[in-house]
Write a protein that binds this ligand. Structure first.
Ligand code: ZN
Length: 226
């Protein structure tokens, strides 16, 4: 399985186990599930981590005192887990191809990166919106930025997850390479620097509209629609 991950450095910024447990339980939105499945396809030990998360999730259900639950609550929970088993995107190892899209994302889109309809986001930056829904007005979208581009300081209403698919970026929390996820509390303003040398493509899940710090970025925000 590690042979499928040739040419990639180890993933150092991993999603927390709480995300894997929620994913295993089918408790995530479609957009969240896609991002988690895409992240997992970069990990060598994804099947083991997922199995561990499922075991912990199962133990949590076992621990719930039956008398505290409605008579059919356990049956309903188990039915939901069964349904989730079949409906959530499946994490599979990345194939050795030039397309930077991980398999779960490519399968969901039904095509590769070249068929995406990119539109203007800012100088040296393009975006494509993929999905919107779930609680908290979640938006799943992709960012394509030229080498050396600086993404202006901004915030969000809720959690922001950014999965690197190609290239890399840096911010005060470190360097992020393919497979890495930056998880940030959107309430805090932050900026990203795209590294030199290669374009950077990211899959982002944000909640609510982006809030920019500078007036010029705020002025064009309605046109961006993110
Ligand atoms: Zn952000």
């Amino acid at each position: 399985m590690s042979a499928a991950l040739n040419n990639s450095a180890p993933v150092t910024h991993r999603l927390g186990d709480e995300w894997l447990m929620a994913y295993a339980a089918g408790a995530l939105s479609e957009g969240q599930s896609l991002l988690v499945a895409s992240h997992l396809s970069f990990l060598d030990d994804a099947p083991a981590r997922l199995a561990a998360a499922e075991a912990v999730g199962g133990a949590l259900i076992d621990d719930l005192a039956p008398e505290l639950m409605a008579p059919d609550a356990l049956a309903q929970t188990l039915a939901r887990l069964d349904a989730a088993e079949t409906s959530r995107p499946v994490a599979v190892p990345r194939s050795a191809s030039d397309d930077p899209l991980p398999a779960p994302l490519r399968d969901w889109l039904g095509h590769g990166v070249d068929e995406l309809k990119w539109s203007f986001l800012g100088p040296g930056m393009k975006k494509v919106k993929l999905w919107r829904g779930g609680p908290n007005d979640q938006r799943l979208w992709m960012l394509r930025a030229q080498p050396g581009v600086k993404i202006p300081k901004h915030g969000h209403r809720g959690t922001e997850l950014v999965l690197v698919l190609k290239g890399s970026f840096s911010d005060p929390h470190g360097g992020f390479r393919p497979g890495d996820v930056e998880e940030s509390d959107g309430a805090r303003m932050h900026a990203l620097d795209i590294d030199e040398g290669e374009e950077c493509i990211c899959l982002a899940l944000t909640e609510g509209p982006i809030r920019f710090e500078s007036w010029i970025a705020r002025a064009i925000q309605p046109f961006i629609g993110l």
